[in-house]
Write a protein that binds this ligand. Structure first.
Ligand code: M6R
Length: 359
């Protein structure tokens, strides 16, 4: 049941704080993160991690690679499952192979974990469906605890994947004792704040609803960001594309001048993820270059930014992951509002299925 929401997607966006609370239950202690599904002794001998997935789950994997390198200091690489299995990959025999899948049935991801297992790697699945094919293959599993996700466009499962990866990175960092006490405490404090961050603010939803009508026509959308906000840019573009059928792409803000800027004009809407916590000045200068080419700019930021045609004001946080989750809600709602205005069924976008069991 949609419980008063217009679409399951909307309901699932609003459910995110509850999902995140479920994920943290029993895992967020005073002094440390606990993950009973894993043991520190299991992780300690592992020398690298490969994260593998498709679609939105791939964007979670990419986000996770930043977190794992930063917080656990393990070398992390990311693979698109459909590419991985055909390119004769060379894997670290002491590595951990992590697959991420909402459904647990994605054919390419399933084959990827089989391949890694056959090469003797330790395997871990992050999955929302217990007893799915991927869970059955994996040596260890972290269930996502997101509840059934009905919308084809993944929202709460993505936030669950990212939060679970953040916990994994911190847990692993604890096991390897690589974080300073101060850094560790800062992460725990941020984790405690994450639920509030994902609460949809009526002011923001209303603003996105009103803004969405300005962006129904044009050449398309650029989502740009740096660091953690690059995978978020990819996810914002995917979400918009899959339910609105408008062209959208996500790019690292620093790549603009190497190619995408060639497209810039007033009919190209640039959604700039301008996080105060993360290379703000660098992103700002990338955005200024686009503005000089007359691009229409929509800035998601805490700051005033005079070059922006529209600003979506977010709350200030000093931790990048809190800014990440705050902006995630914005890009999800923006995609949904644009698609609804276009008259699309956002729960069942054309040509897409919830579970992709063929390659
Ligand atoms: O079930 P999975 O997480 O393995 O699915 C992977 C993709 O098919 C999926 O994330 C797809 O991109 C979504 N429709 C995105 O919203």
């Amino acid at each position: 049941r949609k419980e008063g929401y217009r679409y399951f997607m909307e309901k699932e966006i609003y459910e995110q704080p509850r999902v995140l609370a479920d994920i943290l239950t029993g895992r967020l202690g005073e002094q440390a993160v606990r993950l009973d599904e894993l043991e520190a002794d299991w992780l300690r001998p592992i020398s690298s991690v490969t994260l593998c997935a498709c679609g939105t789950s791939y964007h979670a994997a990419l986000t996770g690679s930043y977190l794992l390198e930063r917080l656990a200091r393990v070398p992390a690489r990311v693979e698109i499952a459909s590419e991985f299995r055909y390119r004769e990959p060379v894997l670290d025999p002491n590595g951990l192979f992590v697959v991420i899948s909402q459904s647990g049935e994605t054919a390419d991801t399933l084959e990827a974990i089989k391949l890694a297992k056959a090469q003797g790697l330790a395997t871990l699945a992050l999955c929302n469906v217990d007893n799915s094919s991927i869970v059955r293959e994996a040596e260890r599993t972290l269930l996502l605890r997101a509840g059934i996700e009905k919308g084809v466009a993944s929202t709460k499962a993505f936030s669950a994947q990212v939060l679970t990866l953040w916990l994994l990175a911190l847990y692993w960092g604890q096991a390897r004792a690589v974080l300073s006490g101060e850094r560790h405490a800062r992460e725990l404090t941020a984790l405690r704040a994450v639920l509030n961050v994902m609460q949809v603010q009526p002011r923001v939803h209303e603003r996105l609803h009103r803004l969405s009508k300005r962006y129904l026509h044009g050449h398309g959308f650029f989502f740009i960001g740096r660091d953690l906000f690059y995978p978020l840019a990819l996810e914002g573009a995917l979400k918009l594309k899959e339910i609105s059928y408008l062209h959208a792409e996500g790019d690292p803000a620093g790549e603009m001048k190497h190619d995408p800027i060639a497209l810039a004009d007033a009919e190209l809407f640039t959604i700039a993820l301008m996080a105060r916590s993360t290379f703000y000045e660098k992103v700002k200068s990338n955005v200024e270059e686009l503005s000089a080419r007359d691009a229409t700019l929509i800035a998601i930021t805490t700051e005033d930014f005079e070059l922006a045609d529209d600003i979506i004001q977010i709350r200030p946080y000093d931790h990048p992951m809190l800014e990440f989750f705050e902006m995630l809600v914005v890009v999800q709602l923006l995609a949904m509002e644009i698609a609804i205005r276009l008259g699309n069924d956002v729960d069942m976008p054309r040509n897409l299925a919830k579970s992709v069991t063929v390659e």
